[in-house]
Design a protein around this ligand. Sequence first.
Ligand code: FAD
Length: 325
Amino acid sequence: MSKNVLVLADIRDGELRNVALECLAAASRVADGGVVTATVFGSKRKETVEQLSHHGADQVVTVSDTRLDSYTTDAYFQAFKQVIEKVNPDVILTGHTAVGRDVSPRIAARLELGLISDCTEVEVVDGKMVFTRPIYAGKAFVKKSVREGTVFATLRPNNIPVLEADTSRSAVVEELEVTFAEDAIRTLVKEVVRKTTDGVDLSEARVVVSGGRGVKSEDGFKPLQELADVLGGAVGASRGACDAGYCDYALQIGQTGKVVTPDLYIACGISGAIQHLAGMSNSKVIVAINKDPEASIFSVADYGIVGDLFEVVPMLTEEFKKVLV
Ligand code: FAD
């Protein structure tokens, strides 16, 4: 049965996040002839609208209000709710990003919808939508479906392949005037100050080079950054490294940090505590570098290198440079 699907297009620093395109790919899969609508918030979104239509949106609802240029819970909530009421979708998808994680439960609660969060796969089985999500810190997966009513889900980045861009596609674009209850917008973004340097976004990176307490100092992260740069990836960390003050908590991966699913995860000087594995064990290929052959990280690694990271990481960087740079 065909389904009308609504995707909230997540924007960061004015750019469309890849997970928005992944949501569109999932939407096209489940729509089965229904209309795929994307909604995008904020002024100056012309290129974004094109990207959305090239990647599967049949219709794009824009809300070009400057109050939506930076994310705030209240403004996004009000705009998204009004878009949902207008589109009346059977399925609503957002990325499992900071924005999706914040706005989705609020909308779901207000509209009395169920919410399946952090999904890694979406499929249609016997005409029913089935969502897969990790449980027990990534040790098992559960498949869920909704018996009736609107289905609302957040999708974990890097799990659903993006549709190839079809530049011949153009979506029907509609600007929606939303009304904001001014006193309901309780926050105002005056300035955005980045804690981390520019570079590849950790939660969407295809390659993550992560350091643990074994990195030993802030300077110890330099060889990891060099390797990440050669591979076009991002640097992450264990909580051990963050707690020791070697890096910022923004890099923390795990149960209480970011969840990543890159194509390649290189763990350097990380023991492999269950709380760390919760954030990276679904990576497609895991390489562990640790001088302790008994370290539990090796139990989830596809490739293990027993050795000193300060010798192994620069060697890998040099070898990758020969083929990639
Ligand atoms: P360690 O366990 O100290 O491991 C360091 C490793 O480096 C060792 O295996 C050692 O053999 C190796 N090593 C040392 N020198 C070298 C060298 N020169 N070359 C190669 N290897 C070397 N942790 C997270 O990561 N993310 C979380 O989100 C998280 N959330 C938590 C939530 C709760 C409620 C709790 C209780 C804990 C949480 N933790 C989390 C902490 C977690 O339990 C571990 O303490 C932490 O992951 C350990 O970090 P580590 O592996 O860097 O350090």
